[in-house]
Design a binder for this molecule. Sequence first.
Ligand SMILES: [Zn+2]
Length: 62
Amino acid sequence: MAKVFFCRDLEVSCKWGCSGETAEDVLRQVMAHALEKHGCKKMTEMMLERIKAKIREQEPTD
Ligand SMILES: [Zn+2]
């Protein structure tokens, strides 16, 4: 089952989301996105925890 993450889950007005095979894969994409689009110079431990808490299983789409 794929893992997914959406910026809006962190109460950010951003429509971006991503999916990956593992939480680590998703986390890598989220970090790249945060650096590029949200001007996050570096990821704090607290931010990482918040993001990890919002990574979830992709819902079946049928
Ligand atoms: Zn975003």
